[in-house]
Write a protein that binds this ligand. Structure first.
Ligand code: ADE
Length: 223
């Protein structure tokens, strides 16, 4: 899978996209992530990517021309399944959407910035608008990292231990059961006996019950 991210702050994306699972997924060829600096698509000396809004409101607006040029260049090189814009007024991101995107071949993520983006970009170029939650970030870069991370880790083979991605929290609309590691007792706090029993049928039954009980208590809306 290939993800192209368009941003005015490429520095913000470097570390989250180049460590841990995302790094390994790119090294093993399961994912390609390319970051494009929107300023490279400007045509003035000051590399201007924003301008004052018509109508005289406060704040700056992302200009249409550099975004158009960048997206058109990418589209001339390959077909894209989805051109995503990160914005607090998009659809709320969740595991279902991550699963859907992970099946795609090529996607673009355009990071919003400033007060907003010339609305014609949203009307004519964007195919999907995604919010990562009901709060406002300084820009869409962190949202793009969230999307890239959650999508790449579930590409088959990317994570090494595939079972682990499939048993993630939310994959079956349930929170994950508790997990423990050694020592079996610390400070008088004990790991549940069943997990030490070696009886895998019992362990699985316990994990299913715990997943259900935790979901009922913490996130009943998922049931
Ligand atoms: N840009 C600013 N806030 C955002 C949010 N909550 N989700 C996605 N992009 C954003």
């Amino acid at each position: 899978m290939r993800i192209d991210i368009i941003t005015v702050v490429p520095e913000l994306l470097a570390s989250p996209l180049n460590e841990s699972i995302l790094k390994r997924a790119q090294e093993s060829g399961h994912a390609e992530i390319h970051v494009h600096n929107l300023r490279d698509y400007t045509d003035d000396k000051r590399r201007t990517v924003d301008d004052y809004p018509f109508g005289g409101e406060a704040g700056m607006v992302m200009k249409i021309e550099p975004v158009y040029r960048c997206i058109e260049k990418l589209k001339s090189e390959r077909d894209y399944d989805e051109i995503i814009f990160t914005s607090p007024d998009g659809i709320t991101y969740n595991q279902h959407e991550a699963n859907r995107l992970s099946l795609m071949k090529n996607i673009i993520i355009l990071c919003g910035h400033y007060k907003g983006i010339d609305y014609r970009i949203r009307e004519h170029l964007i195919t999907r608008e995604i919010s990562i939650g009901d709060y406002v970030l300084t820009g869409g870069e962190l949202a793009a990292c969230v999307i890239a991370d959650s999508v790449v880790r579930i590409i088959p083979g990317a994570i090494g231990d595939e079972a682990s991605a499939l048993t993630d929290c939310f994959q079956d609309n349930l929170l994950a059961p508790p997990v423990y590691t050694r020592p079996a007792e610390f400070n008088g706090w004990k790991v549940p006996d069943v997990l030490l029993s070696g009886n895998f049928a019992e362990i699985e039954k316990w994990q299913d019950e715990q997943a259900y009980e935790r979901t009922k208590a913490l996130r009943p809306d998922l049931l």
